[in-house]
Design a protein around this ligand. Structure first.
Ligand code: SER
Length: 337
């Protein structure tokens, strides 16, 4: 069998690096990478070609490739997007739009479906106020879809664009023999935590930042209140969910967009876990009003019953397994603690 040709945009980011390694380890893929930045050394040998630069200006390059799967991970994350809104719109919306158009064009022209995997986010939810967030607790896909942030608006709109290009583009669903369309599949991720990389520009970053700081004996000022609660997930589970959704037969999918969850924690619970693992950890709370507002607008937890029912989703790491079997052993190796 010939290898499947895969494009991973945002390959130098946290999800990108972990995903490229997983695809290479599984085998059977030729991986083309794209990112604004250089590829990190750890994944360089796994990429057959790296397209470096702004996706919006590089898009023509991709019309010549016969991709089977596209993982479009490139994005400006929520805190950064909030201070550079125009840039965020260009990267998050125009970049996605260009890639969707390219994939839809090729799928139709060559009568070959292209799988398009898109990481969305808990940022698509907007809980209105803290009391509503507390009462709602765990939210379903179609609830509270009123994002408060630029990033959340971008993600929600791109989900809609993906559905449009995969179902209604050119209104060809009305034809007797509809042409092959692109196959759009999206996951709404919670805050992701890797033991190997640290995030930048996001708002759930206080979780991983606090843990990485504690492991290095560095003091950390957490930028949200102690009672701030959102859901989190270990990076290996995020990669597992992307692979599972890619592999799922189309007929089993009743939706284009799925929540995935693992565990929900308050910032104080994170602190307690960190202090428990690293006795000298120094963590205090200095809420930043802007970033606090973003976290307050995100749900305390998400309901992932649809993903469990349709394609058998189940995380490997609940909160105890996350700390005991993944994060702490890996981080101790990394920082020698
Ligand atoms: N983790 C992302 C952020 O904080 C949300 O998807 O921006």
């Amino acid at each position: 069998m010939t290898d499947k040709l895969v494009l991973v945009t945002g390959a130098s980011g946290e999800i990108g690096q972990a995903l490229v390694q997983k695809l290479a380890q599984r085998g059977g893929y030729k991986i083309v990478t794209a990112d604004f930045a250089n590829l990190p050394d750890v994944i360089k040998p796994m990429s057959v070609e790296h397209v470096q630069g702004d996706l919006v200006y590089k898009i023509k390059t991709f019309y010549d490739y016969d991709f089977d799967v596209i993982f479009h991970l490139a994005a400006s994350l929520s805190s950064k997007a909030e201070v550079a809104t125009e840039d965020a719109h260009r990267i998050n919306v125009e970049g996605t739009m260009q890639l969707l158009m390219m994939a839809a064009y090729r799928a139709e022209k060559y009568s070959k479906p292209i799988k398009f995997l898109f990481p969305s986010s808990i940022a698509v939810y907007g809980m209105g106020d803290v009391e509503t967030k507390r009462r709602a607790d765990s939210v379903k896909e179609d609830e509270y879809n009123s994002p408060h942030t630029m990033y959340g608006c971008n993600k929600l709109y791109c989900e809609k664009l993906g559905v449009y290009y995969s179902k209604f583009y050119g209104q060809k669903h009305l034809d007797v023999n509809p042409p092959t369309m692109l196959d759009f599949r999206s996951l709404r991720f919670p805050g992701l935590i890797s033991a190997f990389t640290v995030p930048s520009g996001g708002t759930s970053d206080y979780g991983p930042e606090m843990l990485h700081a504690a492991a290095q004996n560095k003091a950390y000022a957490c930028f949200v209140r102690e009672d701030s609660k959102i859901s989190f997930m270990a990076m290996p589970d995020a990669i597992k969910s992307l692979m599972m959704l890619m592999d799922a037969p189309r007929e089993s999918l009743s939706s284009n967009v799925y929540n995935v969850a693992a565990f929900a924690l308050t910032a104080a619970q994170f602190r307690d876990r960190a202090v428990n693992a690293f006795k000298n950890a120094k963590i205090n709370f200095e809420p930043n009003p802007r970033r606090q507002g973003i976290v307050d607008s995100w749900p305390a937890d998400v309901n992932d019953a649809l993903a469990r029912a349709d394609w058998g989703w189940k995380p490997d790491y609940d909160v105890d397994a996350f700390f005991d079997d993944y994060f702490l052993p890996e981080i101790r190796k990394r920082y020698g603690k």
